[in-house]
Structure formats: structure tokens, C-alpha cells
Design a protein around this ligand. Structure first.
Ligand code: FAD
Length: 403
């Protein structure tokens, strides 16, 4: 007797920032697709820990805002989002700097900063209110690719699952990718990203700071005031591991003194620091993004240096394009797992992916070189941007994810 199977059209590994958004985009594109999302962390209660929705904050580009608007989630997200109205780029120890202004580009904001927990809460609520099947807590333990799709064994069920298309969105350390024998290229930056919320004496007025130091870049992104009215910004500070560990463990006074020394007094006195967390920084790219009946997306496909705040924004552009290609292809009679269709998706994303990965990779390296010629070149670049509005426009549109 044949063993019973649960049949779905699309299975997604991972309900993190990318997997959850993707599931909602797919549901919107076709209400008839049977969608299953498999996630190891329990869902639907805001206290549950999911590494995708941790203490970090994420800068969302204008394009990402448009995608959430299309999903009908922006109004809610915006309630706790801070607009980035200006970006100040500077090079520590050198006088050149440039100030990018959204107003100059005829826009109200370059993007928005939201706390990951808030984004997670909204995505999880939306998933729970939909007819998308969520298997959580559960992990994919076995994957077999078949002529018609994939067969999955998941940890919380004895019933195998078959799907026409498997989408791998289980993060940089994707075990599903490993089960499929897909290799990755990794470049370890040998640095850590220290993140924390910082209490400010002065309002940030919508200014995001990107400061390049000899150790690596630092970003201070505007956050909405706390419920007690405290002005706040989100810090991402790239540091060598020893220094990162020390600054993560030291007392608040020492931390703030060191941060103030590196960052300066652009925001007045820095008053306090919230919980500090460290992330190892690596560039990771999967060797294959598509196979017949299979796509790899999000951090499982490419995990970037957080300097330009592009990882999630790039993934959103990827999954929006994927959903469009799948919807159009299936309307024209193709199967969901059709290799030509999936390759069409990959080809359409190639140049944006290459450009974004290269920018996130080379920018911190360029600014980290500590010799007078490099410093002069950087100074000239920042000076040129400050003087030439069209250069500022190009840089800003890239940051907004619209170019
Ligand atoms: C310090 C820092 C700051 C950043 N700032 C920005 C920013 O400002 N803007 C921006 O665009 N990007 C930013 N990024 C990048 C952004 O965080 C990532 O692009 C994003 O988290 C990728 O989401 P993801 O869902 O692909 O992966 P993840 O967030 O890693 O989520 C993976 C999900 O898969 C689940 N999972 C794990 N194993 C399995 C399994 N076996 N089966 C099923 N599910 C599984 C996990 O529980 C999780 O829910 C930043 C990154 C860092 C480190």
C-alpha cells in the first residue's frame, strides 16, 4: 500500500524575514496555490525567539516599502518606522563628507528603519490570518528531488510532503541547501558586527550616519522614539573580533565613551546603550540558485556585509521578481518547477545581484585602506558627491533600491 502524502504546490523552508514575506507574496499572486512553510521556531507569539526577528533593526529601501504596500502591510509597519530623510557619509580622521538629502531627489524619504521584532510580529500575524499552512516548530530532515518536484520529511510529522516547487529560505547556514548538496562560496571578513540601540540626547531628525573608520564602517540609523519619549538610533558597528568582544562585554560608560570618540558629537551626547549583540561578518554566495523544481533565496542564496543595509532589500527584489515570473509562467501553461521558468527568474536578477554584492563587498574594503593615497581618493569621491547633485542622486537611488 502506498504511504499517504501531504501534497502542496509550493513548500518554503524558513519563515524568517524573507520566507514569510515570500509566502504572502505567493498567496497574493495566486489564491489557489497550496503553500506550506516549514520553520523550526514557534510562531505567532511576540515573545518567541526567531533569529530573523531579533534585536536588530533593518533599513528598508523605498522599493521594499512598495512591496509591503502592495501586501497591504505598510500602514501597520509605518506606525513604528523612522524615515531616513538624510544620509551623512563621512570618513573618520578626514574632513571630506557628503550629505544626501531625500528632499533633493524629490522624495520624502530614502527609506525607513524598523525593528526586526516589529516586522516579525506583523508578518507572523499575517501568516496566521492566511490559509498558508505553517509547520512550526519543525525542520526539513530529508529532501528527495523527484521527476515531478520534491519529497520532504519534516520533523513534526510522519507523513511525507510532496511539492512541485521547493523554495529554500532558511538563512545563511541553510541546512536544506546542505541536504541538497548545494555548495557555497564564503569569504570571511574576519570582523564582527556589533548591534545595539543607542539613547540620544537630541532628536536624530531623520538623519542616518554612515561613518567609515580604519576598523570598518559604522552606521547609526534613526529609530522612532521609545514609548517613554527617548530619542533612539540603531547602531551597526564593524569591529575586529577582540575589540567587538570587549565592547560587547564592557560596562555602559566605557562603551559610550568609546563610541562617542569614534562617532563624534553629531548627535550630541550619547546617553545609553541597550542590549548588545555580535554577528560574524561573511560574504556567502550559493553556487546554485535554481534547479528544476528548486529555488534558493534570501540569506540562503547570498548573505552580505551589512554596511549598505542591502541584504534584505536585495532579497525582497529577488522574491518580488520570482513571484512575478511564476505567476506569469503558470498563467501561460508552464509548471511551477519548470527549469526554463526558474532560469528566466535567475537571469532577470543577475545584474542587480552582482552589483549589490560587489558594492557591499568593496565599499568597506575601500574605506578601510589606511594610506594617504586611498584617503585622498576617498576624500575626492565624497567631495565630488557633495558638489555634484547628479552623483548624489545616483548614489541615493542605488541605496533606495530603485536603480
Ligand atoms: C547586523 C546586521 C544588520 C543588517 N541590516 C540590514 C539592513 O539594514 N537592511 C537590509 O536590507 N538588510 C540588513 N541585514 C541583512 C538581513 O538581516 C538579512 O538579509 C535577512 O535577515 C535575511 O533573511 P532570511 O529570511 O533570508 O534569513 P534569516 O533571517 O536567517 O531567516 C532564516 C529563517 O529560516 C529558519 N530556519 C533555519 N533552519 C531551518 C531549517 N532547517 N528548516 C526550515 N527553516 C529553517 C530560521 O529559524 C529563520 O526563521 C543585516 C544583517 C545583519 C547581520
Amino acid at each position: 500500500m502506498n504511504q499517504p502524502t501531504q501534497q502542496v504546490d509550493i513548500a518554503i523552508a524558513g519563515a524568517g524575514m524573507v520566507g514569510a514575506t515570500l509566502a504572502l507574496l505567493l498567496r497574493q499572486a495566486n489564491p489557489n496555490w497550496r503553500i506550506l512553510v516549514v520553520e523550526p521556531h514557534p510562531q505567532q507569539t511576540s515573545d518567541d525567539y526567531n533569529p530573523s526577528f531579533d534585536d536588530r533593526s533593518t533599513a528598508l529601501s523605498w522599493r521594499t516599502r512598495e512591496v509591503f504596500e502592495g501586501l497591504g502591510l505598510w500602514q501597520q509597519l509605518e506606525q513604528r518606522a523612522a524615515a531616513i530623510e538624510q544620509i551623512q557619509v563621512s570618513d573618520r580622521g578626514h574632513i571630506a563628507s557628503t550629505q544626501l538629502s531625500a528632499c533633493e531627489q524629490g522624495m520624502t524619504a530614502y527609506g525607513y528603519v524598523v525593528e526586526n521584532r516589529w516586522l516579525g510580529q506583523i508578518l507572523q500575524q499575517q501568516l496566521a490570518n492566511s490559509d498558508i499552512t505553517l509547520a512550526a516548530p519543525a525542520t526539513i530532515e530529508q529532501v528527495t528531488m523527484t521527476a515531478n518536484g520534491a519529497e520532504l520529511s519534516i520533523s513534526n510529522s510522519n507523513t511525507p510532503i510532496t511539492c512541485e516547487l521547493l523554495i529554500v529560505a532558511d538563512g545563511a547556514r541553510s541546512t536544506t541547501r546542505d541536504l541538497l548538496g548545494i555548495g557555497v562560496d564564503v569569504q570571511d571578513y574576519g570582523q564582527m558586527g556589533l548591534i545595539a540601540n543607542i539613547a540620544l540626547a537630541q532628536p536624530h531628525n531623520g538623519v542616518a550616519y554612515e561613518r567609515f573608520t580604519a576598523n570598518g564602517p559604522m552606521a547609526l540609523l534613526p529609530l522612532p522614539d521609545s514609548s517613554e519619549g527617548q530619542h533612539r538610533s540603531a547602531l551597526v558597528w564593524t569591529l575586529p573580533p577582540d575589540q567587538a568582544k570587549h565592547l560587547s562585554d564592557c560596562d555602559e560608560a566605557e562603551f559610550l565613551a568609546q563610541l562617542q570618540q569614534v562617532f563624534g558629537y553629531r548627535q550630541g551626547n550619547l546617553l545609553g546603550v541597550g542590549e548588545r549583540h555580535l554577528y560574524p561578518l561573511k560574504l556567502m554566495e550559493t553556487c546554485e540558485q535554481v534547479r528544476r523544481h528548486l529555488v534558493v533565496v534570501g540569506n540562503a542564496a547570498h548573505s552580505l556585509h551589512p554596511v549598505a543595509g542591502q541584504g534584505f532589500n536585495l532579497a525582497i527584489r529577488d522574491i518580488a521578481a520570482l513571484v512575478e515570473v511564476l505567476a506569469e509562467g503558470t498563467n501561460n501553461g508552464c509548471d511551477l518547477g519548470d527549469l526554463a521558468l526558474l532560469q528566466k527568474y535567475q537571469n532577470s536578477r543577475e545584474s542587480d545581484q552582482q552589483r549589490t554584492v560587489a558594492a557591499s563587498h568593496w565599499l568597506p574594503k575601500f574605506f578601510a585602506v589606511d594610506n594617504p593615497t586611498a584617503a585622498l581618493a576617498r576624500g575626492a569621491g565624497l567631495f565630488a558627491m557633495d558638489m555634484v547633485p547628479s552623483l548624489r542622486g545616483q548614489f541615493a537611488r542605488y541605496g533606495m533600491g530603485v536603480e
